[in-house]
Write a protein that binds this ligand. Structure first.
Ligand code: IMP
Ligand code: MG
Length: 179
């Protein structure tokens, strides 16, 4: 598995430190609010775990799964809900947790869906942001690391469902996905 990684982009230590900082900031910003953190499966799982452990105010947690990819390395923009939320988010302050924002299409669509449900507020926290990939207007409110337009894997991020278990974020060798 490690043979297919060109380089480590963000180390485990850097990620854990960043989760601490983001958790503290979110705890401050949402003091006294009704926060529900919604993770987008499956890529969010390691990030949700490390982030929410650093949030010190009462929160609810829920997950949603949407699909936008079909095994390749580029977003198609067709967003389909595979697993919806368990909770009613009407009136709540929703913070969507994502592994990475690339084109922005996935989150734009999810935000549209949530806005129709009468939320009080909606913000985005993402571990990684690839601003050069953006094709729709979308700004993440909390960003862990801004990265160049390269295909990355690890710490939840996959290529064809593999590599999610790497403890760091690395760049995948081109020959792995151009085959
Ligand atoms: P967007 O709709 O283009 O912003 O795509 C967001 C989703 O695409 C993320 O939740 C990821 O699942 C996936 N994605 C985007 N860039 C990468 C990458 O570099 N590696 C792995 N998955 C990615
Ligand atoms: Mg994915």
């Amino acid at each position: 598995m490690l043979n297919n990684i060109k380089k480590v982009l963000v180390s485990e230590e850097q990620i854990l430190e960043k989760c601490k900082q983001l958790g503290q900031q979110i705890s401050k910003d949402y003091e006294g609010k009704n926060l529900i953190v919604v993770g987008l499966l499956k890529g969010c799982v390691p990030f949700m775990s490390d982030l929410t452990k650093n949030i010190s105010i009462p929160i609810q947690i829920d997950y949603m799964q949407v699909s936008s990819y079909h095994g390749g390395t580029e977003s198609t923009g067709n967003v389909k809900v595979i697993k919806d939320l368990d909770y009613n988010i009407n009136g709540l302050d929703v913070l969507i947790a994502e592994d990475i924002v690339d084109t922005g299409k996935t989150l734009k669509k999810v935000m549209e869906i949530f806005n129709l449900r009468g939320v009080n507020s909606i913000k985005i926290v993402t571990l990684l942001d690839k601003p050069e990939g953006r094709v729709v207007e979308l700004i993440a409110d909390y960003v862990g690391f801004t990265i160049p337009k390269e295909f990355v894997v690890g710490y939840g991020l996959d290529f064809d469902e593999y590599y999610r278990n790497l403890p760091f974020v690395g760049v995948l060798k081109e020959e792995v996905y151009s085959k």
